[in-house]
Design a protein around this ligand. Structure first.
Ligand SMILES: NC(=O)c1ccc[n+]([C@@H]2O[C@H](COP(=O)([O-])OP(=O)(O)OC[C@H]3O[C@@H](n4cnc5c(N)ncnc54)[C@H](OP(=O)(O)O)[C@@H]3O)[C@@H](O)[C@H]2O)c1
Length: 268
């Protein structure tokens, strides 16, 4: 896999996260090419990651094995229309654009042996702790290639039906923002109880990190871990009673449902 040529069309935040992950996993920068309409951005990526750069999407994909489409959803049709006649044989096409269906991506394919993989990553990919969920009905070789690219910046999982991408978007795609909100509110609450801004921010951030690590590494589920740290009649119990009383679980359920509904609307 490390000798495969990977081209990114769109060199924004998500592309950078994936490029950084690939480089750290040992993929040579000489096998990574980025194409973007923003020349300053290209120069910046070249300086920091030593990747090849190209301001023309067609020449950028000429020798590619894997094409990663990392433009905004509203830019996708124009990009695909521009390159559809020039796709190299056997190309694996990975789209990380939110809400762009497989059917829409395939409309632009002229190559019979190309395979398309749709992915919903999330922003913790920027620090190598992403969660990417993949869907594809392509041959195994394309799925393995996509998994290779995404696994370089975090964990991967597959769904076997495309419709699940809406729920995935609502849980892990938008999910980092929910945890950031909680950290934001905990920090503000700490400050209002007399802590300095810096200390309150550190307590919220490190508590989020430590709790996340326990969730991932302890082998225990969230409910068990919560029960374990909640002594009857203690401080945690007092906090959770109040949070339940204020409807926190219901607010989260409704929020996730709203994100899923919005994902369906945007994809329609
Ligand atoms: N960020 C997230 O949390 C997240 C999570 C999951 C999925 N995604 C998906 O990831 C994709 C990329 O997101 P992002 O945040 O990285 O976007 P971004 O920072 O806006 O990056 C997109 C880049 O593509 C460039 N571009 C626009 N049209 C182009 C064209 N015709 N040819 C080549 N390059 C072109 C843009 O240039 P200009 O800025 O000059 O237009 C920009 O540099 C989106 O589809 C998004 O849905 C993002």
């Amino acid at each position: 896999m490390q000798n495969l040529n990977i081209t990114f069309i769109g060199g924004g935040n998500m592309a950078e996260a994936l490029i950084s992950g690939l480089k750290q996993s040992g993929h040579s920068s000489q096998h990574i090419c980025v194409s973007d309409i923003n020349e300053d951005r290209l120069r910046d990526l070249h300086q920091r990651y030593d990747v090849k750069i190209d301001s023309d999407n067609i020449s950028a994909i000429a020798h590619s094995d894997i094409l990663l489409l990392a433009v905004k959803p509203q830019q996708m049709d124009a990009v695909l229309a521009g390159i559809s006649e020039y796709l190299p044989s056997g190309l694996t096409i990975i789209s990380i654009a939110a809400g762009i269906h497989m059917l829409r991506l395939k409309q632009f394919l002229n190559s019979e042996d190309a395979g398309v993989v749709r992915v919903m990553p999330n922003t913790p990919a920027l620090v190598g702790a992403g969660m990417s969920v993949l869907f594809s009905d392509a041959d195994e070789i394309h799925k393995k290639r996509a998994e290779y690219v995404l696994a370089a910046s975090g964990e991967t999982a597959w769904v076997d039906e495309e419709k699940h991408m809406h729920a995935v978007t609502a849980v892990s795609g938008s999910g980092p923002a929910y945890f950031f909100l909680l950290a934001e509110v905990m920090q503000a609450a700490g400050e209002s109880l007399g802590l300095s801004k810096e200390l309150a921010a550190k307590l919220a951030a490190q508590t989020a990190l430590g709790s996340g690590k326990m969730l991932v590494e302890s082998g225990r589920n969230a409910s068990d871990l919560r029960t374990q740290v909640t002594s009857p009649g203690g401080t945690t119990q007092a906090a959770l009673d109040e949070m339940y009383e204020c409807g926190l679980p219901d607010a989260v359920r409704k929020g996730v449902a709203a994100a899923s509904k919005r994902s369906r609307e945007l994809a329609a």
